[in-house]
Design a protein around this ligand. Structure first.
Ligand SMILES: [Zn+2]
Length: 315
């Protein structure tokens, strides 16, 4: 539904801050915060966040709003810092971790792909949370689409090193799973082009699609356990708990995301800090970090322990 931005804003300098009037220091002129009732319908997603909304802003002020305390501040900064973390991890990997592990060119490529995907995921999220207050609904929707695309890229960044090192000694299955994962992610990208994909009505389909893409990993994981001789084998005992922790973090993050807990029980009290989306953001960073550390661990294991003859003979 199109709406007209309030003309009032051009002539008036707002330094109003909703009900949060104790933070007036860094507010650039022209930005004010709104209550849930005041924001445009397409921004009304979470009724338990009652105040602290930015809205009706041109791009420049969206960018400037990074320095004010709004209900998106923690969302923006958590993934901006997440981006910085994965950037620095990349530098550290290239300069220290990979050389020390005796990595070959393939390892470097896999690490670059994984960390690049994580960084893209973080930046898409930052972009969405920065520009979700844009005065044009179309622009907001585009950023939302990019945020979803970013999550897909993040999931891809988990699969690539995961599958690569899990099936290090079985090139056939490694290729099968890498190709199917790529095809899955590509299918989700194509689905996102559908005009209805980002509508409220498609909320459940969207959630189902994301869960299937993330949950698909269970299939190669079970296959990997079986190929490695079941739960009793050393390599399975070493790495299966790490995979399970990864899914536990992902599951917890997702539960916060869909349930809107804890703000559901404290409406209006967690507008700025402590809301479910912030917990989701922090858990996503932690999960990607955990997965990166797992990839380092499994790479070191693979470099120190040669593939069993059973697999090397079959490629
Ligand atoms: Zn987010």
């Amino acid at each position: 539904m199109p709406y007209k931005p309030l003309k009032l804003h051009k002539s008036t300098h707002y330094i109003e801050l909703g009900s949060y009037q104790y933070w007036p220091v860094l507010v650039p002129r022209g930005i004010r915060l709104y209550t849930f009732e005041q924001i445009p319908v397409f921004l009304k997603e979470n009724p338990y966040i009652t105040d602290g909304y930015r809205a009706h802003l041109p791009s420049k002020l969206c960018l400037k709003s990074i320095f004010i305390l709004s209900n998106e501040t923690v969302n923006i900064w958590s993934h901006l810092l997440g981006f910085l973390l994965f950037f620095l991890l990349g530098v550290n990997d290239m300069c220290a971790v990979l050389p020390a592990s005796g990595a070959n060119r393939e390892d470097y490529v896999i690490y670059c792909i994984g960390l690049f995907c994580f960084q893209v995921c973080m930046l898409c999220s930052v972009g969405y949370h920065l520009f979700s207050c844009h005065r044009s609904e179309k622009t907001c929707r585009r950023w939302l689409a990019l945020d979803y695309a970013g999550i897909c890229v993040g999931i891809l960044g988990c699969y690539v090193p995961g599958v690569f090192y899990a099936f290090y000694c079985n090139i056939f299955w490694r290729q099968v799973y890498l190709v199917t994962v790529l095809a899955l992610i590509l299918a989700v990208f194509l689905a996102q082009i559908h005009p209805d994909y980002h509508s409220q009505e498609w909320q459940y389909q969207r959630t189902a699609i994301f869960c299937s893409v993330a949950g698909y990993g269970v299939i190669p994981a079970i296959h990997w356990v079986w190929l490695n001789g079941g739960f009793g084998s050393t390599v399975v005992q070493l790495f299966l708990p790490r995979v399970m922790v990864m899914y536990l973090i992902a599951g917890a993050a997702f539960l916060f995301y869909i349930s809107k807990i804890p703000e559901r029980y404290f409406p209006g009290q967690l507008n700025y800090v402590g809301a479910s989306h912030q917990v989701w953001h922090i858990l996503v960073v932690f999960m990607l970090y955990w997965w990166h550390q797992t990839a380092v661990y499994i790479m070191n294991f693979r470099h120190s322990q040669p593939c069993p003859p059973l697999y090397t003979s079959s490629g």
